[in-house]
Design a protein around this ligand. Structure first.
Ligand code: PLZ
Length: 457
C-alpha cells in the first residue's frame, strides 16, 4: 500500500513488476496445473480459460503467474486494463474509497462519485449536446439498458444490429450477437424482434462507406421498416468480430438515416472506448456523434462498471425507478473510474495509443512482406489485428485460416506472450494491450510472433 500511495504523487508511471517477459517453467507451470485440477472439480465447465496459467500479480503490461512466469499481456483482460494493470492512481483511489463507503445503493441514498462519473462521461463522449447517464455493472447490462431506453423513448419494438457484432451473454444480447457458437448454442429461446443487418467489412466486401450504408439501410427498410425500429446498435470498430474498421462515411450515413427516421443510434464502445484507439471514443475517428454511447470494460481500470450515456431527452424517457440495480455505479468502481479519466490525461494515454499503433503496424507490415497468410492489417491505436488466410489465397479467395491463429497463440504463450484470437471464423489475431505497453515490449513480442509464423512451416 505504501508503494502505491507514494506513486500517486510521481509524474512518471512507477511499476511494481519489472516490465519484461520471463519464462521459468513449462507453461502452464506445476502450481498452475495444481490449481487447474482444483478448479475442474468446482468451477463450471461452461466457463473456459484461454490460457490456464493462474495469475498472482499484474502491473503495467505484465502478468505474473503463480509459478513466477511473466507474460507480456496483449489482451488486457479483453480491453479492460487500458490504463495499465494495477495503475497506481486507480489503486489509490479505490483503496481510499473502500475506507469511506463501499455501498449504499444510489437508488436509496446517493453519493458524489456517481455524479462525478456521469459528469466525466458527458464531457468525454462525442457531441456537445446535453447528456445524461445511467451506471450499471457490465457491458451486456449497458446494452440491455440502452435498448430499454430507446424502446421507451420511441415507443417502438424492433432492435437492429450488424453482422459480425458481439454484444454480450444475457438473453437479449445473445440474440444480438452474430455468432451462435459458443455464446448461444442450446441457451434459447431468445428475445425476439432483433434484426441482423449487413455491415461494413472493407477487407471482404470492398464497398465504400456510403455503398455499405446503402446496403444496411435497404435491409432495414425492407425487413424491419423504420416505423417499428427503436434502435440500431453498432460497434464503431467491431471487437470480438475481428476489429473491422468500417469504411469512411459508413457510420455517419447510418446516423443520418436514423435521425431522419426517429431511430436511436447506439454506439457500443464497450471494447473500443476509453482512449484505447487514440481518441476517448472510437466514434470520433469517423466524425460520428451517436445518440447513446455504451461504456464498460476500461472505464474503471478493472473494477466492474458500465454506463449508458447520451442525449438527455432520450435518457430521460424512463419513468423514475425504471433504471437501476443493486450494484450499479458502486462507489469503489466510480472512484476508480474518476482516477482512470485522470490517468488518461496525466499519462498522455491518447498519444500512447497512437504510438502503439505506429510500432505495431510497422512491425506487422514487415512480417506481412514475409508471410503471405497475413491478409489484412487493421485497427486503430491499441486495437490492432491481423486477419490470416490460407496460403496463396490472400489476394483472391481470402479463405479464413483459424488453425494458424490457434497455433500462433499457443506458440506465443509458451514464450511468455499472451495474444488473443478473434473473428467470426476465429482467423483474426488481435493486439489489445494496455496503453502502458512500451515499444521495447512490443518489439519483443513481434520477435516471438515472427518465430511463431516461421514455426508454422
Ligand atoms: N459489447 C463490444 O466487446 C464484451 C467478451 C468476453 P460484458 N467482450 C468480451 C467473454 O467471453 O464474455 C463486450 C464487447 C462489446 C458488449 C460486451 C459485453 O460486455 O462486460 O462482458 O457483459
Amino acid at each position: 500500500m505504501t508503494d502505491t500511495i507514494a506513486a500517486q504523487s510521481a509524474s512518471a508511471p512507477v511499476y511494481t513488476v519489472t516490465q519484461e517477459r520471463k519464462v521459468v517453467t513449462a507453461i502452464p507451470g506445476p502450481k498452475s496445473q495444481e490449481l487447474h485440477e482444483r478448479r475442474r472439480a468446482v468451477v463450471s465447465d461452461g466457463v473456459s480459460s484461454a490460457l490456464p496459467v493462474y495469475i498472482e500479480r499484474a502491473n503495467g503490461a505484465i502478468l505474473v503467474d503463480v509459478d513466477g512466469n511473466q507474460f507480456v499481456d496483449f489482451g488486457a483482460g479483453i480491453g479492460v486494463t487500458t490504463v495499465g494493470h494495477t495503475e497506481a492512481n486507480v489503486v489509490a483511489a479505490a483503496a481510499s474509497q473502500l475506507q469511506d463507503v463501499i455501498h449504499t445503493l444510489f437508488t436509496i441514498t446517493p453519493y458524489e462519485e456517481y455524479v462525478r462519473v456521469a459528469e466525466l462521461l458527458a464531457e468525454h463522449t462525442p457531441g456537445t449536446f446535453a447528456k445524461k447517464t445511467v451506471l450499471v455493472n457490465s457491458g451486456a447490462e449497458a446494452v440491455e439498458n440502452g435498448v430499454k431506453i430507446a424502446r421507451k423513448h420511441t415507443g417502438r419494438r424492433a432492435v437492429a444490429v450488424l453482422d459480425h457484432a458481439y454484444h454480450g451473454r444475457t438473453n437479449l444480447t445473445m440474440a444480438m450477437n452474430y455468432k451462435a457458437s459458443p455464446y448461444a448454442t442450446g441457451f434459447g429461446p431468445f428475445a425476439g424482434d432483433v434484426y441482423h443487418a449487413p455491415s461494413s467489412y472493407p477487407y471482404r466486401d470492398g464497398l465504400s462507406g456510403p455503398d455499405a450504408a446503402a446496403r444496411t439501410i435497404a435491409y432495414l427498410e425492407k425487413v424491419v421498416g423504420a416505423a417499428d425500429l427503436a434502435c440500431l446498435v453498432v460497434e464503431p470498430i467491431q471487437g470480438e468480430g475481428g476489429f473491422m474498421v468500417p469504411a469512411d462515411g459508413y457510420l455517419t450515413t447510418l446516423q443520418g438515416w436514423c435521425t431522419a427516421n426517429g431511430v436511436v443510434m447506439i454506439a457500443d464502445e464497450i471494447q473500443s472506448g476509453m482512449a484505447r484507439t487514440g481518441r476517448f471514443y472510437a466514434s470520433e475517428h469517423f466524425g460520428w456523434e451517436p445518440d447513446l454511447v455504451l461504456s464498460a470494460k476500461g472505464v474503471a481500470g478493472g473494477l466492474p462498471l458500465a454506463a449508458v450515456t447520451g442525449r438527455a431527452e432520450i435518457m430521460d424517457a424512463s419513468q423514475p425507478g425504471g433504471l437501476g440495480g443493486t450494484f450499479g455505479g458502486n462507489p469503489v468502481a466510480c472512484a476508480a473510474a474518476v482516477a482512470v479519466f485522470e490517468a488518461i490525461d496525466r499519462n498522455g494515454l491518447l498519444a500512447e495509443a497512437e504510438r502503439i499503433e505506429r510500432t505495431l503496424k510497422s512491425g506487422l507490415a514487415k512480417l506481412a512482406e514475409r508471410y503471405d497468410i497475413i491478409g489484412d492489417i487493421r485497427g486503430k491505436g491499441a486495437m490492432v489485428a491481423i486477419e490470416l488466410v490460407q496460403p496463396g489465397t490472400a489476394i483472391t479467395e481470402k479463405q479464413p485460416n483459424p488453425e494458424a491463429v490457434s497455433q500462433i497463440v499457443a506458440f506465443a504463450a509458451q514464450r511468455g506472450v499472451l495474444f488473443l484470437n478473434a473473428g467470426t471464423w476465429g482467423n483474426v489475431l488481435r493486439f489489445l494491450p494496455s496503453l502502458a505497453v512500451t515499444d521495447a515490449l512490443i518489439d519483443d513480442a513481434l520477435t516471438v510472433l515472427d518465430d511463431a509464423f516461421a514455426a508454422l512451416g
